[in-house]
Design a protein around this ligand. Structure first.
Ligand code: FE
Ligand code: FE
Ligand code: FE
Length: 172
């Protein structure tokens, strides 16, 4: 793909995101199954649904910008993040510790998305693509809210339970 113009770069960025979202969609479904804490399961399930909507939003953006298709690019960063997350999925251990590990893995993915959507939105703004910028901002807000929700859940119940699980084991 040639990168002569800012339009070319935006296209590359959006296709990278499209691939990243599709990878993450599959991973989130697995994370929801692996999680134990009900609120965490719910958080993963609701973000799975949101992610489906984000994929559709990117398709809508692609149409608006006249791309023939959104596929064709592989997001290597998300591949790496998902692969690292797979280590947690294959792990046995105490429920709360696994939950904490799932959150840590998921937040790494959300931060990648937050960064990528922020870049793409700025490019769309520069190009005067206000509608596209607005759609990208909507997704960016969902990613940020997910990240915050996971942080709150982690601090309010998961980390404490994970810590307690460790000390119970020591006592036994
Ligand atoms: Fe997303
Ligand atoms: Fe990427
Ligand atoms: Fe996300």
């Amino acid at each position: 793909m040639s990168m002569q113009t800012l339009e070319d770069l935006l296209e590359e960025q959006l296709k990278d995101l499209y691939n990243a979202e599709n990878q993450l969609l599959k991973a989130l479904k697995k994370m929801a199954k692996k999680a134990t804490n009900e609120k965490l399961v719910e958080a993963f399930e609701s973000h799975t649904e949101e992610t489906q909507g984000q994929i559709e939003r990117l398709e809508q953006i692609g149409k608006k910008l006249g791309y023939k298709k959104m596929t064709g690019k592989v997001c290597k960063a998300m591949q790496g993040l998902v692969e690292e997350g797979k280590e947690v999925l294959e792990e046995d251990g105490s429920d709360a510790v696994i939950d904490a590990a799932l959150i840590a893995a998921a937040q790494r993915c959300e931060h990648y998305e937050i960064s990528a959507y922020g870049s793409a939105r700025a490019m769309a703004e520069e190009l005067g693509e206000d509608q596209v910028a607005k759609l990208l901002q909507q997704t960016l807000d969902e990613e940020s809210e997910t990240d915050e929700k996971l942080s709150e859940l982690s601090v309010s119940e998961i980390l404490g339970a994970a810590h307690a699980a460790g000390s119970e084991e020591e006592e036994e």
